[in-house]
Design a protein around this ligand. Sequence first.
Ligand SMILES: CC(C)(COP(=O)(O)OP(=O)(O)OC[C@H]1O[C@@H](n2cnc3c(N)ncnc32)[C@H](O)[C@@H]1OP(=O)(O)O)[C@@H](O)C(=O)NCCC(=O)NCCS
Length: 173
Amino acid sequence: MPHVIKNQQSSRIHIEPATHQDREQILRIEQESFSTPWTPKMFDAELDGNPFSHLYVARSLHDGCAGLERGEVVGYVCFWVVFEELRFMNLAVERSVRRQGVARELVRYASALGRERGAARAVLEVRASNEAARCLYEQAGFHHLAARAAYYTNPIEDAILMGMDLLEAASSE
Ligand SMILES: CC(C)(COP(=O)(O)OP(=O)(O)OC[C@H]1O[C@@H](n2cnc3c(N)ncnc32)[C@H](O)[C@@H]1OP(=O)(O)O)[C@@H](O)C(=O)NCCC(=O)NCCS
């Protein structure tokens, strides 16, 4: 059942929990987005096996937008809410609809849901060279916490650990 969150979703997309029927579309976006994509088993574990995990998809509300059909998955976010912490695990947007605010809305939605579930702060890791994601997170209110040397492989690269105080962010919205 879709969660109703006091959060402005745009008129172009709708955000709701992912199901197994979404798996193929999620995997296609995952594979075009990452050098080390999550496997089908990893997504299944998030959908079925992890009580802390939330996997949400953004669906297109219109036919014909960038060749996408109504209801098609245009992006997704996976995050864990573990007591007071919201941890972003994965986020990607279909290449043809990037730079239209889909990721911003997914991050906003996840943050609101995490807050509703009692999370007070959000954390994530991002590749040091991933300018698009770092800009997105900074714009959303995250700040640099630390660097983790050689955290990623393929290619080997540092991770930047970023964090945001969710309660402070809510009071300034
Ligand atoms: C990073 C990613 C999720 C952004 O998705 P998106 O829907 O295009 O992002 P949005 O349109 O919501 O952008 C929001 C803000 O993020 C920043 N941003 C997004 N893409 C950017 C880019 N290519 N270059 C610079 N800043 C960018 C901008 O500040 C943007 O705001 P603006 O358009 O008003 O300037 C998308 O590029 C993607 O799927 N990349 C591959 C997977 C990935 O790197 N995931 C993140 C893992 S940590």
